[in-house]
Design a binder for this molecule. Structure first.
Ligand code: FAD
Length: 293
């Protein structure tokens, strides 16, 4: 199913993000994770591409497994560290794997590496269209602003340009303060962007996430989370429970505020996906059944 159509039939969508293993030997692990995720019946599963600037060959392979398990894949594709020929080959592989949806991204910068062919995600979106691929194209957005852009207004202007090129759906960067998301959504709608904007939620369930991915995204850390970390960083079980509770609370508040959907950055942790899905499932079911009436 094309993701644009999914949002026509649902008031609120729930999806997960997974990342492929770096080595072939990791495929068994991700396959087992995907099997557990399929039991949770997400609206789709997104599969990252070379996050951190690396390139890896397993995005299409993992997307094929997502499909084989009866779930809808959204395959990420980046451009900043690739040539047009490389992007064309990656898109061709996704297309021949039956993937209908791609998330078109610039990609994380790698020191010293520049692409003569692409500068921004918008270049990639234009390229996908020019080459005649029939993908439903999604893009990324940033409730706290992209770290490289000095002005929120300019960032939203650049976002509008991506949407005008044919993007049908946006997935947000992770954030921990819902007010940032609601403020951003107001700006986006004022700018004339009407596409669904799914909120990216990362449950903070491991101490290593604080120094790693959270630092990399430059997300603002509310004092409630700082206290959680200070108290439970050395107690993995309590930190995991606290992280699940925080994310659950965040999701319920976002649903209360009318969010189009939640995209869970689960870091390949099927246990966390299951716990949070069990907590929030009744809200999604209620909203979507009201929508069906
Ligand atoms: P862009 O939309 O190109 O924006 C990048 C910066 O350029 C912004 O500051 C923007 O304001 C500015 N800009 C855009 N257009 C113009 C213009 N015309 N003139 C001047 N400035 C402009 N990375 C990976 O490597 N692999 C992944 O799988 C991956 N998945 C992601 C999924 C999501 C949902 C998100 C939010 C991010 C993901 N990333 C991934 C990280 C992403 O690649 C980085 O955040 C990257 O820095 C920006 O990507 P973008 O597509 O948003 O870039």
């Amino acid at each position: 199913m094309r993701i644009a159509d999914l949002f026509k039939s649902k008031k609120a969508a729930l999806s997960f993000e997974v990342f492929p293993p770096k080595a072939e030997s990791g495929m068994d692990g991700i396959n087992a994770t995907l099997e557990e995720l399929s039991a949770l019946r997400p609206d789709y599963v997104s599969v990252t591409y070379g996050a951190g600037g690396s390139r890896n060959a397993h995005t299409a392979e993992v997307a094929r497994k997502v499909r084989a398990l009866g779930m809808e894949p959204l395959a990420h594709i980046t451009c900043i560290n690739s040539t047009k020929a490389e992007v064309l080959s990656a898109l061709g592989e996704l297309s021949s794997s039956g993937v209908e949806n791609v998330l078109a991204l610039r990609g994380d910068r790698v020191e010293g590496a520049t692409s003569a062919d692409f500068r921004y995600a918008s270049d990639l979106i234009s390229f996908i269209k020019e080459q005649g691929f029939d993908f439903d194209v999604s893009a990324a957005c940033y409730p706290e602003g992209h770290p490289e852009c000095d002005s929120m207004v300019d960032d939203v202007r650049h976002l509008k340009y991506k949407v005008d090129l044919g993007v049908t759906h946006l997935n947000s960067q992770l954030f921990f303060d819902n007010d940032d998301y609601f403020r951003f959504l107001d700006m986006v709608r004022l700018a004339g962007i009407e596409t669904p904007v799914q909120a990216g939620i990362m449950p903070l369930v491991k101490a290593s996430q604080f120094g790693g991915i959270v630092k990399m995204t430059a997300a603002k850390i509310p004092s409630k989370i700082s206290r959680m970390y200070a108290r439970f960083a050395d107690d993995p079980e309590s930190l995991c429970e606290a992280g699940i509770a925080y994310a659950t609370d965040q999701i319920i508040d976002l649903l209360s505020g009318g969010v189009d959907g939640i995209h869970l950055y689960i870091m390949n942790n099927a246990y966390v996906a299951r716990r949070i899905t069990e907590n929030v499932r009744p809200f999604f079911e209620k909203l979507n059944s009201e929508n069906a009436k």
